[in-house]
Design a protein around this ligand. Structure first.
Ligand SMILES: C[S@@+](CC[C@H](N)C(=O)[O-])C[C@H]1O[C@@H](n2cnc3c(N)ncnc32)[C@H](O)[C@@H]1O
Length: 144
C-alpha cells in the first residue's frame, strides 16, 4: 500500500506507513529501497496509538480496520491527522455474506469446524487472547 501511495504522491509528496509488526516493516522498507523510493517512512505502532503533529492530505488503509477491536475509534483518531477537505479511504473485507451463504453447506461447515477446533487448540497454547478473538468467533459462528 505504501508503495502504491508513494507513486501516487510523487517525489514531492511524502508517505508515512503505520504498522505494528517489525518484521512487516523490515520487508516493506526493503521493498521501498528496491523500488528506489525516497519518500516513504514507517512508524512502528498500533494504528490506534499513533499520534502526529502534522496534517496529511489523506489517510489510506487496506485490510487494517478489520483487525482492530474498535474500528470506529481508529477512524476517528486517524481522521484528526487529515487536513480539512482531505481524504480518508479504507478498503476492508467483510466475510459475513460469504459465511452466511456457506453455513448451510454440510461439507463447508464440517471442514471449517474441524479447522477452527484444531487451530483453537494450537493458538490457545501460544496466544490465548488472540485465539479467543479469532477462532473463538469462528467456532461460535459454526456452532450456531
Ligand atoms: C492484511 S495485512 C495488510 C497490509 C497492507 N495494508 C496492505 O494492504 O498491503 C494487515 C496488516 O495490518 C497490520 N495490523 C493489524 N492490526 C494492526 C494495528 N492495530 N496497528 C497497526 N498495524 C496492524 C498487520 O501486522 C498486518 O501487517
Amino acid at each position: 500500500m505504501a508503495l502504491l501511495l508513494a507513486r501516487l504522491v510523487g517525489s514531492s509528496g511524502e508517505v508515512v506507513g503505520v504498522e505494528r509488526d517489525p518484521r512487516s516493516i523490515s520487508r516493506a522498507r526493503a521493498r521501498v529501497a528496491e523500488a528506489g523510493l525516497h519518500n516513504v517512512q514507517f512508524i512502528e505502532s498500533d494504528v490506534a496509538q499513533v499520534r502526529s503533529d502534522k496534517l496529511f492530505d489523506a489517510a489510506v488503509g487496506r485490510y487494517i480496520l478489520m483487525f482492530v477491536p474498535d474500528p470506529a475509534s481508529v477512524l476517528r483518531s486517524v481522521s484528526q491527522f487529515v487536513r480539512p477537505g482531505g481524504v480518508l479511504v479504507f478498503q476492508e473485507a467483510s466475510y459475513s455474506p460469504f459465511l452466511a451463504a456457506a453455513r448451510p453447506l454440510p461439507l463447508w461447515s464440517a471442514g471449517a469446524l474441524l479447522l477452527a477446533r484444531s487451530q483453537t487448540v494450537n493458538l490457545m497454547q501460544s496466544s490465548p487472547t488472540r485465539c479467543s478473538s479469532i477462532f473463538g468467533n469462528l467456532l461460535e459462528h459454526f456452532q450456531k
